[in-house]
Design a protein around this ligand. Structure first.
Ligand code: HAM
Length: 419
């Protein structure tokens, strides 16, 4: 048998890793500027956490979870997202007694049994940020600005911030009644999924991608027009902060998100020419989730951005990440004594911070130099038998030019100083 990576998963090879490091470093850098601390939570959790946290009538819980029983009989699920775990940790570790809001970020590997396609995988990675413990719309603005500044720092262009408010327990129930009343006579015209959503999760009616349902969506009442005073005020304040931040906001009354925990603010970031199917990131407020998971009522907001999606957009926009450190020095040699000297010299160079490779396997000098060339090093150090006898090594600049003869200590100094 020849094994392959499972469907919907990917290998990241070294030449690809520079993109990952670029995105992760930029995210870390900006998270620190905004005062976010790192949290790491387990890759799997009790299944019940996601049933309650993400919501029983979401696609994620209904169709996409990797759920299994372990040998002790525990019901576990590979996390489909990061928020539920982070909120669980906030409650479990009594973080309500720290200064609020608690600002947290995490790099999370997520698993969703979805139909794989470009930008959609079964195993994928998110950078997730959460601010737990504050209702002030200033926090909404701060969190969205953090996400936006990271995209900017990466050099991404043409993105828009899709913004909506989906209300709270004060205004949403009445709106949902209104929405149901509107849809009731239209039910024969909409898809089977929407007929189901009408019963289980009417807000998701607005998110249907099926062509026959678009007419119904277009005429549907907008929750934005029916917000209670508190939600409307919150939303207006947020919009004012975002206007000051010079972020291209598109008000999108149809934006509802695919997870059940949201209240008030919801948002996604879309690339120029595609829609929600390819959102780079998304998030929103979840003022009910901490209580839902057994904590005291605590307002919170967060987002996650898919690392693979960000990288796809970097590539599409021709943005190259900074190169990762590559070997700068290759040590070639002939003979057994020279070989020992080469191993010692490489060790000294590495201790001085110079990425160094030594020839292996008894190749000819020609073959060693060919390999040095193929590896793209800046310098080859040649340790020959007679040079060794004379107490020197040869430094060959691979870009061309005169070779130098130096004592090994002097060669180390020179290469450590940059060559
Ligand atoms: P989400 O919209 O489900 O939100 O996922 C956030 C981002 O993860 C998406 O915008 C996308 O970039 C990426 N993503 C989602 N599914 C896939 C997939 N199958 N393959 C590749 N990338 C994917 C959440 O997960 C929420 N927990 C975000 C949040 C945090 N809300 C509040 N706090």
């Amino acid at each position: 048998v020849v094994f392959q990576a499972p469907r919907g998963t990917q290998d990241v090879l070294p030449e690809e890793a520079a993109y990952w490091v670029f995105v992760e470093q930029t995210a870390r850098d900006w998270a620190a500027r905004y005062g976010y601390g790192e949290i790491r939570t387990p890759t799997f959790e009790e299944t019940g956490l996601f049933l309650r946290g993400v919501g029983g009538s979401t696609d994620i819980v209904e169709k996409e979870m990797y759920t299994f029983r372990d040998k002790g009989g525990g019901e576990l699920t590979l996390r489909p997202e990061g928020t539920a775990s982070i909120v669980r940790a906030y409650i479990e570790h009594g973080m309500a007694s720290r200064p609020q809001p608690v600002r947290l970020f995490s790099f999370v590997t997520c698993f969703r049994y979805d139909r794989p396609q470009r930008g959609r995988y079964r195993e994928f990675h998110q950078w997730d940020c959460e601010a737990i413990g504050e209702l002030d719309p200033l926090i909404d603005a701060e969190l969205i600005m953090l996400l936006w500044r990271v995209y900017q720092a990466l050099g991404l262009r043409g993105l828009t911030l899709q913004l909506n408010s989906i209300g709270d327990e004060q205004c949403r129930p009445a709106y949902l009644e209104r929405l149901r009343a509107y849809y009731q006579p239209l039910l024969p015209t909409v898809c089977g999924d929407c007929q189901r959503r009408y019963q289980t999760n009417p807000l998701r009616l607005l998110d249907c991608k099926n062509p026959p349902c678009q007419a119904a969506i277009a005429g549907a009442p907008r929750l934005l027009d029916h917000l209670c005073a508190a939600c409307a005020e919150h939303f207006a304040a947020l919009r004012a902060y975002l206007a000051d931040a010079d972020i291209p906001v598109e008000l999108n009354p149809r934006l509802v998100r695919g997870l059940d925990y949201y209240t008030k603010t919801v948002f996604e970031v879309w690339p120029a020419e595609a829609g929600a199917q390819s959102a780079l990131g998304g998030g929103g407020r979840y003022d009910g989730l901490v209580a839902e998971l057994g904590g005291r009522p605590t307002p919170a907001i967060g987002f996650a951005t898919g690392i693979e999606r960000v990288i796809l957009n970097l590539k599409a926009q021709g943005i190259a990440p900074p190169a990762l450190p590559a070997p700068r020095v290759y040590i070639a040699y002939l003979g057994e004594a020279a070989r020992r000297a080469a191993v010692h010299l490489a060790d000294q160079l590495r201790q001085r911070g110079v990425p160094t490779l030594v020839a292996v396997g008894g190749r000819s000098m020609r073959a060693q130099l060919r390999q040095a060339n193929a590896l793209g090093v800046a310098w080859t150090v040649v340790v020959g038998e007679d040079e060794l006898a004379r107490g020197v090594v040869q430094l060959k600049p691979m870009a061309g030019g005169e070779a130098l003869e130096l004592a090994p200590e002097a060669a180390v100094e020179r290469l450590a100083a940059g060559g």
